[in-house]
Design a protein around this ligand. Structure first.
Ligand code: PMP
Length: 382
């Protein structure tokens, strides 16, 4: 199989698998039991928090709270930040449903919800955000990088604007697609980010583990009560194998590797454009180095993806993580891409190990599939 859907999930590295297996097989004691210090069951949580603090330049390992992943993290932030007292919230138009749906629920329950539009390149309109902010805004959420198009948002500028206009508001960014792919500095350019969510399986860690960076002094209300784990905020037996895998995955991150990934992505796009009439989305924006999102005129993304899958190549179609949904990617619609073109979208997302040969094979298959179904014509000389 050639796997090119790494924005949906990534393959756990063998180091990660070994770390998870070790904790499942050998160190399976409960991290909350008073024997944890003897059995080593308390090690993965500390190691994961320490590794994350190092990678992201956070103030201290205690800034991290662990959850089952970004969906839970985002729901927690919108449900238990100030409880029912959230009255004024702003999100971007292109947030993942795990942000937009909790926000919309707040809106239905009397909270004033503003949605910040994006421009044709998929970048949040800063001027509109500035107009929407008011001194009583309590929470602003803009994702760091979009899962469909890969567009990287100007988080530093947005967070600084929020801080300047509404000093008491909290700024949250969903960094699920960004961690491991672009540099993040929580005490440098991202010093005004208060809350950040992430999932380990997007950077070759295990599924079902992720968390929240919570800047010191930012209070989250308890989310799950019971055994008092995660500083009494999120009860439930600690996912020790998951944390061991998360720590191993963070330890293997080398953002510099993504310079080469970007070269391979750019190579793919130039090869593709040489042989097929494609519209590349957000081509003028700063994008994640691994993401290519495009439409082939006259074709349906789902159909092309199915045909590729039948030939052993896995790609995404728009928002591939919301499985079962056949509606066109919401990000592209928010960017003003027309419905038919948006419905034809294919998302190719590389991993750090994707090879040129795999990308060449994809281009060849796309040409073959499009030619058979009489879709987009080959460009002259292509
Ligand atoms: N936010 C973004 C931007 C995502 O891409 C995803 C996963 N597709 C999530 C949140 C949810 O992550 P998870 O499924 O791991 O909870």
């Amino acid at each position: 199989m050639i796997y090119l859907d790494n924005n949906a999930t990534t393959k756990a590295s063998s180091t990660v698998v070994a770390a998870v297996t070790h904790y499942l097989e050998n160190c399976y004691a409960n991290a909350s039991a008073n024997t944890a210090g003897y059995t080593g069951a308390d090690v993965p949580r500390r190691t994961a928090a320490g590794q994350l603090a190092h990678l992201l330049n956070a103030e201290e390992p205690d800034c991290f709270l662990f959850t089952s992943g970004a969906t839970e993290s985002n729901n927690w932030i919108f449900s238990a930040l100030n409880g029912s007292r959230l009255r004024k919230v702003c999100i971007s138009a292109i947030e993942h449903p795990s942000v937009s749906e909790p926000a919309e629920r707040l809106g239905r329950n009397g909270c004033e919800l503003s949605v910040i539009p994006v421009n044709r390149d998929g970048i949040v309109c800063i001027e509109t955000l500035a107009e929407l902010l008011s001194p009583d805004t309590q929470l602003v959420s803009v994702m760091a990088a979009n899962n469909e198009t890969g567009v990287v948002q100007p988080i530093e500028e947005i967070a600084q604007l929020v801080r300047a206009r509404c000093p008491t508001a909290l700024f949250h960014t969903d960094a699920t697609q960004a961690i491991g792919r672009i540099p993040i500095d929580l005490q440098g350019s991202w010093a005004e980010v208060d809350l950040m969510s992430f999932s380990a399986h997007k950077f070759h860690g295990p599924k079902g583990i992720g968390g929240i960076y919570c800047r010191p002094g930012t209070a989250l209300l308890p989310w799950l009560v019971g055994g008092g784990q995660e500083a009494g905020l999120r009860s439930g037996t600690t996912n020790t194998p998951g944390l061991a895998g998360l720590a191993a995955a963070v330890g293997q991150i080398d953002v510099a590797l993504y310079d080469e990934v970007r070269d391979r992505r750019d190579y793919f796009e130039s090869q593709l454009r040489g042989v097929l009439s494609v519209q590349l989305h957000a081509a003028n924006a700063l994008r994640l180095p691994n993401t290519s999102c495009f439409s082939i005129a006259g074709t349906s993304g789902e159909e092309i993806a199915d045909q590729l899958a039948a030939r052993g190549v896995i790609v995404g179609t728009g928002s591939a993580c919301s499985s079962g949904s056949l509606s066109p990617p919401k990000t592209l619609l928010a960017m003003g891409v027309n419905y038919t073109l948006a419905a034809g979208t294919i998302r190719v997302s590389l991993s750090r190990t994707t090879s040129i040969e795999e990308l060449d094979r994809l281009v060849a298959l796309l040409v073959e599939i499009v030619a058979v179904r009489g879709g987009s014509p080959q460009l002259p000389g292509g």
